[in-house]
Ligand binder design. Structure first.
Ligand SMILES: NC(=O)c1ccc[n+]([C@@H]2O[C@H](COP(=O)([O-])OP(=O)(O)OC[C@H]3O[C@@H](n4cnc5c(N)ncnc54)[C@H](OP(=O)(O)O)[C@@H]3O)[C@@H](O)[C@H]2O)c1
Length: 330
């Protein structure tokens, strides 16, 4: 990567020079079906934002498969209630919760310091979307980038040794979104100091960062037995994510928009596939949607057709983001 200084050195054709990985699963597959024949007994998983929305069903599927699952969430009471409900529904007693506020370095570092032993699965699921006004996190960076990318970057770096210690190799899943197709990472203006802020572009930038993080972690951590992939879970209305959206706009999207919405159980499936399924053993540095690897597209497509943007898979961008993020988390 040393000879790559910008994305223009990575021709599109080289970004996905393999057959796309396909599975028998699709948009309608519920998460529990992914783990039907999967045994995660003896494995440990950590799911950020696991106390709501897609996160809960991700936790449930991993627990159902026998993993010890820790929910990392900032609302301790909600997380404890969800953990109890999942223990009850799965019969797996090894589901607990820890505190995590992704915009608070001390909170991330405390989780890392308290973590003992190996970590087999890390699902970077927490996220915030479409803050209507430019908002800065305590570290001074735009809130969606700070939460969705920088917080998870710090967390994953802190947990690297635990991941590397996983006996059978570890899996990292980074929740991105089809929304990443609306913006690359604008390296020269991450925090919207110069360009006009829009809720969509800030969320999109952060979700592109989520893909680039997986691409670079896959490369840097391959020798440590860690695989990393990014996923778009689908459009799931029944979660907390849309709470900051313009509610009129949201209503018109739901009523007349082009989206086919998934249930939270279906929304968790692509995460669970990458976190747990033998169908993707050894797969790393890729982007999935609807339980299958997404095709590389050279422009944002009409309507809700997905795909992954070249700028999100570009190894030069991934390297650049990693180096920048190291500086930003100081
Ligand atoms: N729903 C969709 O249609 C959709 C589409 C594409 C991608 N995604 C991605 O899927 C992931 C899960 O989203 P969801 O739809 O399940 O929404 P959700 O119910 O709002 O879940 C997001 C979780 O992230 C947590 N979170 C937000 N900011 C945090 C912070 N600073 N520190 C710690 N935790 C924080 C939230 O905790 P609180 O409850 O405490 O705020 C919540 O538990 C997100 O990464 C999202 O970008 C969702």
């Amino acid at each position: 990567m040393d000879d790559m200084t910008d994305s223009s050195t990575s021709p599109i054709s080289s970004l996905q020079d393999h057959d796309l990985l396909t599975t028998p699963f699709g948009a309608a597959t519920p998460a529990l079906e992914i783990v039907d024949d999967v045994d995660l007994t003896g494995k440990r998983a950590l799911v950020t934002g696991g106390a709501s929305g897609i996160g809960v069903e991700t936790v449930r599927a991993l627990a159902q498969a026998g993993a010890a699952v820790t929910i990392a969430a900032r609302k301790a009471d909600v997380a404890a209630t969800v953990a109890a409900e999942v223990r009850q529904s799965t019969g797996n007693d090894a589901v607990d919760s820890v505190s995590l506020e992704l915009t608070d370095r001390a909170s991330i570092d405390a989780l890392v310091a308290a973590w003992e032993g190996a970590l087999d699965v890390l699902v970077d699921n927490a996220g915030v979307m479409a803050l209507q006004d430019l908002t800065l996190a305590p570290d001074g960076h735009e809130m969606q980038f700070a939460t969705n990318h920088l917080g998870h970057f710090r967390l994953a770096l802190g947990l690297h040794d635990a991941l590397a210690a996983a006996p059978g190799g570890a899996r990292l899943v980074s929740l991105s979104s089809r929304a990443h197709l609306a913006s690359p990472v604008i390296f020269d203006d991450i925090d919207f100091g110069f360009r006009p802020y829009t809720p969509e572009s800030a969320y999109a930038q952060s979700k592109t960062a989520n893909v680039l993080f997986a691409v670079e972690a896959a490369r840097r951590w391959a020798d440590d037995g860690i695989v990393a992939n990014a996923v778009h879970p689908g459009a799931i209305i029944d979660t907390g994510l849309a709470r900051h959206m313009d509610q009129e706009k949201l209503k018109s999207l739901v009523d007349s928009g082009p989206y086919t919405f998934k249930t939270t159980e279906q929304g968790a499936s692509t995460s669970v596939l990458l976190a747990a399924s033998p169908l993707v053993d050894g797969i790393t540095g890729r982007y999935f949607e609807d339980c299958n690897e997404a095709v590389l597209v050279d422009r944002a497509r009409e309507g809700t057709a997905g795909g992954v943007a070249p700028y999100a898979l570009d190894p030069a961008n991934a390297e650049r983001l990693w180096e920048l993020s190291l500086r930003l988390i100081g």
